[in-house]
Design a protein around this ligand. Structure first.
Ligand code: CP
Ligand code: NVA
Length: 310
């Protein structure tokens, strides 16, 4: 197994090369196949992971906890009320304590600076389990799902429709590093972070991937083999819900928009979905949807990540 990933933090897709992402995906494919055949890898026997949650979670919580257990290790869950990160104790002090007990830390935080502070304060790998800026574990599952559904990334395009948010940022960076172009359609004022877009475009210069920003969902999905959407109001933005609902209404992923893409288009959503808002139920539950494969792939992709980093 690779020595280049051992001990590294995983805060952003920007920190990993295309080759490193491919290595994680290749191991995820092995884990997925082996799990189906009942093979148990004890690669993390005796190792432990602390999981910090400042925000709610279903998929991240379950897949990291089971992933550790399936690899022979175990996970300890710390809720925000419990440790009161930065209130009861500074982030640096929490990191300094945790590194004495565990082999890795996974954290879901409001501020991206918090996962960075944990990484700065702990000598064990810190994994970003979603911050306000990125969701890099989600991107691994997304890319694994795209690979399963459409094969090679190069020469194909995905459409991101909706908010240029944390999930969008990680997907953009990962896709560009693997050669998948992304057409991003957002309302004005909700485009992805320009720094992330610039980094994705730079990565795309090596792989041929193009990042296009538009305000037209139909323009974005034309020819796209993947349509990806996410909630209009992310965790922490609840006060903006009404304004966002108005701005995003024309960006709903419905049957008409899906029909305007490639006939075999794959529809992705990181979940949880708000049915009837960013996506209609007929699309979410319909023949193009791969959202549950995506959710399942969180497990396989993160097991690969854990096995390589810890
Ligand atoms: N997609 C995702 O991260 O789901 P949870 O918020 O349930 O962990
Ligand atoms: N963008 C969403 C993703 C949830 C998994 C959020 O940050 O709330």
């Amino acid at each position: 197994m690779s020595r280049t990933l051992r001990g590294r933090d995983y805060l952003s897709l920007a920190d990993f090369s295309g080759e490193e992402i491919r290595e994680i995906l290749a191991l995820a494919v092995t884990f997925k196949r082996d799990q189906r055949s009942g093979h148990d890898h004890g690669l993390l026997r005796g190792k432990s992971l602390a999981m910090i949650f400042e925000k709610p979670s279903l998929r991240t919580r379950v897949t990291f906890e089971l992933g550790m257990r399936q690899l022979g290790g175990h996970a300890v869950v710390l809720g925000s009320a419990e440790i009161q990160l930065g209130v009861r104790e500074s982030v640096a002090d929490v990191a300094a304590n945790l590194e004495r007990w565990v082999d890795g830390i996974m954290a879901r935080t409001f501020e991206h600076a918090t996962v960075e502070a944990l990484a700065a304060g702990a000598r064990v790998p810190v994994i970003n389990g979603l911050s306000g800026l990125e969701h890099p574990c989600q991107a691994l599952a997304d890319l694994l799902t795209v690979q399963e559904k459409i094969g090679d990334f190069a020469g194909s395009a995905a459409a991101w429709v909706g908010d240029g948010n944390n999930v969008c940022h990680s997907f953009l960076l990962g896709a560009a590093k693997l050669g998948l172009s992304v057409h991003v359609a957002t309302p004005e004022g909700y485009a992805p972070d320009p720094t992330v877009v610039a980094a994705a475009r730079t990565a795309g210069e090596q792989t041929g991937a193009v990042v296009r920003l538009t305000h037209g969902p139909y323009e974005a999905v034309a020819g796209a083999k993947v349509i990806y959407t996410d909630v209009w109001t992310s965790m922490g933005q609840e006060a903006e819900k009404a304004a966002r609902a108005r701005a995003f209404a024309p960006f709903q992923v419905d049957g008409k928009l899906v029909a305007a893409a490639d006939p075999e288009v794959v529809v992705l959503h990181c979940l949880p979905a708000h049915r009837g808002e960013e996506i209609t139920s007929d699309v979410l539950d319909g023949p193009h949807s791969a959202v549950l494969d995506q959710a399942e792939n969180r497990l396989h992709a993160q097991k690969a990540l854990l096995a390589l980093l810890l």
